[in-house]
Design a protein around this ligand. Structure first.
Ligand code: PHE
Length: 450
């Protein structure tokens, strides 16, 4: 029988720390950068409804599933599957997770690097306030030969510094105080956006769904976005849960994380779309959408540079609390499976991400001609990780928890004594049937197979 406690492994110290860290992993560029650009490219309101639907139908159960696997085994992802199903092939799912986490870390760090460039530009007074100058400023920056590269590397180095200090010290302290500050600032910008001339058009775009815009590709994107935003499908939540104390209530923690994460994504949408319509930016601009829109909002406010600096600093912090959790997936693997010390495991993870991240950083400029299936390297990493690895990883995890592992382990992890609570029954039902079927259907449909 597996032991639920293993004193040698680090643990988070407080319950609030656990929730703050799970939310810190979930809330990041996924909400503020990726959600608005995906919603903008996939028709707005209908996409958002599908996204919210996936968050609660599949996301919350899958966070619970990852929490159960992680805390019951107190191991890295690959070992966790091995411990719960010895001698079987389930551990292969862990490799998909490690691969996806490195791919995401690579392109995510590029965008996190953009937040640093904007922060410095705001602080040093280099940020233009005129719309067309802003556009030129950003496109010159991302297509440049070295600045995006330098910021990607700087961001990864900062990430290295935090992560190599260990689980508790590095992560907990950061996430405890920054998330509330970020949320308050977002609420203030939300109110500001609602007074912009394009407010009703923007709010209409986001809140009046037009389902004719939804096809199998946008459904897959909404599901991929839900998984990306909740850090599930690649073992992000699984790895964090391996450090959770036994008293933490997993169901409550999963729900709180999902609610707060969705709230932040909706706030970001309400900030961005009124401005998109006010300043005549195309909602379909893709990954650059938010970085063209936000500075326009800030620079048209009194004291604009201060708002911009504050916002980009907090966005950078939100990014780093997410990349810490991505890095932790492969670090735990290198540490425990390859027997590297923490510093070496961290250096290896960050080293690989730096090489791949450099290619992504340059794929908006000098390497923009290198394309696979019409996508740049950056777009390819983004697409493959979110729309392939995360759904596949999520499906395998849900089948695994629903069908393979012992119900007693599930009950014990959910702190349940009798196994008849309705919400637990519903959870198991979703993990057994609904999640695998829905993911398989959407995935295969978008490939044109069914
Ligand atoms: N959920 C994070 C965000 O929204 C990204 C992330 C993905 C973090 C996967 C960890 C693992 O920004």
């Amino acid at each position: 029988m597996l032991s639920d406690t293993n004193n040698k492994r680090a643990q988070f110290s407080t319950k609030i720390g656990v929730i703050a860290t799970a939310v810190g992993s979930a809330v990041g560029l996924g909400n503020i950068w990726r959600f608005p650009y995906e919603a903008g490219s996939n028709g707005g309101g209908a996409f958002m409804l599908c996204y919210i639907f996936f968050i609660f139908l599949l996301g919350v159960p899958l966070i619970c599933a990852e929490f159960i696997v992680g805390r019951s085994t107190r191991s890295n992802e690959i070992k966790a599957f091995e411990k719960l199903a010895p001698g079987k092939k389930w551990f292969l799912n862990g490799y998909i997770g490690v691969l996806a986490s490195i791919l995401i870390l690579s392109f995510y760090s590029v965008v996190a690097g953009w937040t640093l460039e904007f922060f410095i530009a705001a602080v040093t007074g280099r940020m233009p306030s005129d719309m067309s100058e802003l556009h030129d400023f950003f496109s010159e920056f991302i297509s440049g030969n070295w600045r995006p590269l330098v910021w990607t590397v700087v961001f990864l180095l900062l990430n290295y510094l935090v992560v190599s200090r260990g689980v508790q010290k590095g992560i907990e302290r950061l996430s405890n105080c920054l998330m509330p500050a970020m949320t308050l600032l977002l609420i203030a910008f939300c109110v500001n956006s609602l007074f912009l001339p394009g407010a009703s058009e923007g709010v209409g775009f986001l809140f009046s769904p037009d389902f004719s815009k939804i096809d199998s590709h946008s459904l897959l994107s909404a599901m991929g976005q839900a998984f990306f935003s909740l850090s599930i499908g690649l073992g992000g939540m699984l790895t964090y849960a391996s450090y959770f104390p036994d008293e933490v209530r997993l169901g409550r923690c999963a729900t709180t994380t999902a609610v707060l994460d969705t709230f932040v994504a909706i706030l970001a949408g309400v900030i961005i779309f009124p401005a998109v319509f006010t300043y005549g930016i195309s909602p379909q601009s893709g990954p650059t959408l938010v970085f063209e829109t936000l500075p326009a909002i800030f620079m048209n406010l009194p004291g604009g540079a201060i708002w911009a600096a504050l916002f980009f600093f907090l966005l950078f912090m939100a990014s780093i609390t997410s990349t810490i959790s991505m890095s932790e997936i492969s670090i735990a693997y290198f540490e425990e499976e390859k027997k590297l010390c923490r510093k070496k495991a961290t250096a290896l993870t960050i080293g690989i991400a730096t090489v791949l991240g450099a290619i992504c950083a340059l794929s908006f400029g000098p390497l923009s001609d290198i394309r696979f299936f019409g996508m740049t390297v950056f777009e390819l990493f983004d697409y493959v990780s979110s729309n392939v690895c995360l759904p596949v990883g999520g499906m395998v995890t849900s089948v695994f928890v629903g069908w393979v592992i012992d119900r007693k382990i599930i009950d014990r992890q959910l702190n349940i004594r009798t196994n008849s609570l309705p919400w637990v029954k519903l959870l198991i039902f979703i993990l057994r049937y609904i999640a695998p079927a829905a993911i398989a259907l959407i995935f295969l449909n978008s490939l044109g197979i069914i």
